[in-house]
Ligand binder design. Structure first.
Ligand SMILES: [Zn+2]
Ligand SMILES: [Zn+2]
Length: 205
């Protein structure tokens, strides 16, 4: 009797082990699927819900349509530094929050002064421009901190074509083109939100 009991118990434990092994294996990749379409994700999309920031996996196609939404709902203006591979994030920061947190950084001064004198006509389509596009040649995962500290006027502009003004649609189109053509991915993409002026740049959070 005792023997049968032990055999049954062993079978139950074995069955449970097999079950949990397969469950874990099928569960792991599921956490990296796009939260919108269920496809394979290559990016993280960061959103703030009730003051809590969360990063959700997203595929490139859904990311681009989210960005189209976010950039057209944003009512401020922003300097947008062209995507480049290397830094893990592509994030928006408002000038106000940035200058409060990083007193020794000069990028907010550059953003303020360049937005103040930017051309308000989109160079690609002639509509009203809210974004100032800046090239990212020379920007790497090692020196983005330097750009944040010293500003882009002294570090990036000498190595890049002059900044150009873009409307919301043309700005997202250029971001999408860069991501597609160069296969650039980001662990976290945080788009402009609200009405405060700011900047978008490849960096670490
Ligand atoms: Zn998707
Ligand atoms: Zn345009």
């Amino acid at each position: 009797m005792m023997k049968i009991f032990l055999i049954v118990l062993a079978c139950i434990i074995l069955a449970w082990l097999v079950y949990s092994f397969f469950r874990r294996r099928t569960k792991l990749p599921a956490t990296r699927l796009c939260f919108l379409c269920g496809g394979e994700s290559g990016y993280g999309y960061s959103e703030v819900v009730k003051d809590v920031k969360r990063v959700r996996p997203i595929c490139r196609k859904c990311l681009i349509s989210q960005l189209e939404n976010d950039y057209s709902n944003f009512s401020g203006r922003a300097v947008v530094i062209q995507p480049v591979s290397g830094p893990p994030c592509y994030a928006f920061h408002s000038i106000r929050d940035w200058s409060k947190s990083f007193k020794n950084s000069k990028i907010d001064d550059d953003v303020r002064s360049y937005l103040l004198r930017m051309d308000t006509t989109c160079q690609d389509c002639g509509q009203r421009a809210n974004f100032l596009w800046i090239g990212s040649s020379g920007l790497t995962k090692y020196n983005f901190g330097n750009v944040l500290r010293k500003g882009f006027a002294e570090t990036l502009l000498p190595m890049n074509p002059p900044p150009i003004s873009l409307c919301r649609r043309c700005c997202v189109r250029r971001i999408a083109k860069k991501l597609e053509e160069e296969g650039i991915t980001y662990l976290e993409v945080h788009a402009p939100k609200g009405a405060e002026d700011g900047f978008v740049m490849p960096m670490a959070q």
